[in-house]
Write a protein that binds this ligand. Structure first.
Ligand SMILES: [Zn+2]
Length: 396
């Protein structure tokens, strides 16, 4: 029979409907036994689609559940993420569970933050610290030789799966995966941002991935192991982070690590902006005012955020530097509390919270977000006039 685009689209919507039904039943399960059965069927379906590089049905079913059932959406998203970031490879005839990890860094600089190829010796040293501090006895690892920005990481479930399959092959061959930098997107320049190293770990099926999961090992040894690893990796990465202040976070499964780094980046960005004003213009925190409020998209199409405008306390009309603090699923009240706490630890002269909601506005010319000033208006952040050593001001 002749295959047409229409029939393949129809087939996909049947697929998506099956996923929606199974996810709804999973979210209603009253027992672990029932849950496990639905999970097995879902995992089988999702893995089959991801293996064929077809994640449209998974995305379509998530879209539908996002509108109709939050618990079922969460269950399906959870399974889709864990299916995408794991695979099975064969080493010496034995199947090995293989997981994609991301090692996040928070960094800020007055100059451009790096995205760069990591030297073979650097990858080997990081691999040795992974084995030495984190991995279970029988687990193996491989790295991708690149320091990625968030916009360069795989996004679709199918692309995440392709990444772990490539890294899984590198584990089998005992090599470092080479990343062709020419194929990567140019990152958006930010004062403070995240960077990532991608890692695969593989362990014989059913055995521990991490050292602290092995029998006879204190599970709490995880904390010391991660701290030691982060300290070592900070020293190893120093040469590629010249001119940056950076903090290495704990590596974790890909999606979880990205979510955690996004959250940690919020307070880090605020600290970075305040340090930047001190370093570039010699404005002490005690001479600064922060004005902030919730910005929301009136059409509700994108998530809200808190925007924080920083200015010299003498001028209520200006904003010299702005920071975006995305809500990331938190409610407004919680987020405002968090921002308030973060501002207090920075010992600024004054913090002005605006109770009314601002529309999510951007500059028509350069696309930069607009920030609230202390007077309660939304303005463009402009570098201070009195500063000698200042970056180029916007031309509009
Ligand atoms: Zn502009």
């Amino acid at each position: 029979m002749r295959r047409t685009r229409v029939s393949s689209r129809a087939r996909q919507s049947v697929d998506a409907q099956t996923l929606v039904k199974l996810a709804r039943r999973l979210s209603e399960s009253g027992s672990r036994l029932e849950e496990q059965l639905w999970q097995r069927r879902l995992i089988e379906l999702i893995n089959d689609r991801l293996g064929r590089r077809n994640d449209d049905a998974v995305e379509a079913s998530l879209d539908e559940l996002a509108r109709s059932s939050q618990p079922a959406y969460d269950d399906l998203a959870d399974l889709a993420e864990s299916c995408a970031e794991s695979t099975i490879v064969e080493i010496e005839g034995k199947p090995h569970d293989t997981l994609l990890l991301a090692l996040p860094l928070l960094a800020w600089s007055r100059y451009r933050l790096p995205t760069t190829t990591l030297a073979p010796a650097m990858c080997q040293t990081i691999g040795a610290h992974l084995s030495g501090h984190l991995l279970a006895r029988d687990a193996r690892t491989a790295l991708a030789d690149y320091l990625f920005s968030i916009d360069q990481l795989p996004e679709a479930f199918g692309d995440v799966r392709r990444q772990i399959e490539q890294l899984g092959d590198a584990v089998v061959e005992g090599i470092t995966l080479h990343i062709d930098a020419k194929k990567l997107r140019e990152p958006v320049a930010m004062l403070a941002d995240t960077r990532y190293v991608l890692i695969a770990i593989a362990a014989p099926q059913g055995t521990p991935l991490f050292h602290w999961q092995e029998s006879g090992v204190d599970p709490d040894s995880k904390n010391d192991a991660l701290n030691a690893f982060r300290e070592q990796v900070t020293a190893v990465l120093q040469p590629v982070m010249t001119g940056c202040r950076f903090r290495v976070l704990a590596p974790n499964a890909f999606h979880s690590a990205l979510r955690f780094a996004d959250r940690e980046l919020r307070e880090f960005s605020l600290e970075a902006a305040v340090s930047y004003l001190k370093l570039s213009y010699d404005f002490a925190p005690s001479a600064l005012t922060a004005a902030y409020g919730v910005f929301e998209d009136p059409s509700g199409n994108s998530g809200g955020e808190v925007r924080i405008g920083l200015a010299k306390s003498a001028s209520d009309d200006d904003v010299i530097e702005g920071v975006v603090w995305p809500l990331l699923g938190d409610d407004d009240e919680q987020t405002i509390d968090d921002v308030d706490k973060a501002l207090k630890t920075l010992s600024l002269n004054r913090a002005v919270a605006h109770a009314h909601r601002f529309p999510l506005e951007f500059c028509d010319d350069c696309g930069a977000p607009m920030f609230p000033n202390a007077a309660g208006h939304v303005v463009h952040a402009e570098p201070p006039e009195e500063a000698e050593d200042r970056p180029a001001a916007p031309l509009h």
